[in-house]
Design a binder for this molecule. Structure first.
Ligand SMILES: [Zn+2]
Length: 243
């Protein structure tokens, strides 16, 4: 009698195990299946979005480097010397040189390039030095970083890292009172340069007005940007929507 009961118990136990196993496998299959379905839907949705999204602009002259667009790590450029120290992207050199020559011919002889290409490492140095400076004044590292960010672009987010920007003269706000500045406002576009951080564009560029900082974008873009009254952020957006 006892043996029969034991056998019966075993049979019941085993059947329950088998039922549980069957149920579990079915559930797993279901989960698997619905995951695939979800994936497929996602793929379709992604394709639809890509079609609707504005196209990327494939023009090195319009590379956007700012607070939210960090220079790609593998970004490569060929640099040439402007003078003994300063370098710039080789593709820009001729137009920069011609622009400065034209300016001289027009009687403006007191404009010089103070700063051009700057490596990301150099930018890191500058940034780190600034942080230390603020820490020495009694700020925490965190506070110092915030303060440093207001004075210096985060490494990789400066147009100088890109090699397509130049700073003129003393890198001071009163540069916009000089004849050189007036000349640039009129003629820089002929050589593909634009004032990068305009007074009215601070809310978009997130950079304070910098009359000394000029960016190469190529002649046709420079002319168009000035015509439309757009800064580079706006212009790139505009082109994406056009294409
Ligand atoms: Zn600059």
């Amino acid at each position: 009698m006892m043996r029969k009961k034991r056998i019966l118990r075993r049979v019941i136990f085993l059947s329950m195990m088998i039922i549980i196993m069957i149920v579990c496998t079915k559930k797993l299959h279901k989960a698997d299946f619905s995951e695939h379905v979800e994936e497929d839907y996602q793929e379709v949705a992604e394709n639809l979005v890509v079609e609707k999204e504005p196209k990327e602009i494939n023009d090195w002259r319009l590379t956007l480097v700012n607070y939210e667009n960090v220079l790609p790590e593998n970004y490569e450029m060929e640099l040439v010397n402007i003078d003994k120290i300063r370098k710039i992207d080789a593709r820009v050199f001729d137009e920069l040189h011609q622009m400065l020559e034209h300016m001289k011919q027009d009687g403006i002889t007191n404009v010089w390039v103070q700063s051009a290409y700057r490596s990301v490492e150099r930018q890191e140095d500058l940034f780190e030095r600034k942080i230390k400076e603020y820490m020495e004044q009694g700020n925490t590292r965190e506070q110092a970083e915030i303060l440093a960010l207001q004075a210096i672009n985060k490494p990789g987010t400066s147009e100088h890292n890109l090699g397509l920007a130049v700073d003129f003269n003393y890198v001071k706000g009163d540069f916009d009172t000089t004849k050189g500045f007036a000349w640039l406002m009129e003629h820089a576009q002929e050589y593909g340069f634009v004032l990068r951080y305009g007074k009215e564009k601070e809310a978009i560029t997130k950079v304070e007005y910098e009359p000394w900082h000029w960016r190469y974008v190529g002649k046709e873009h420079a002319v168009k940007m000035n015509e439309l009254g757009m800064c580079l952020e706006e212009y790139v957006q505009y082109l994406r929507q056009q294409s």
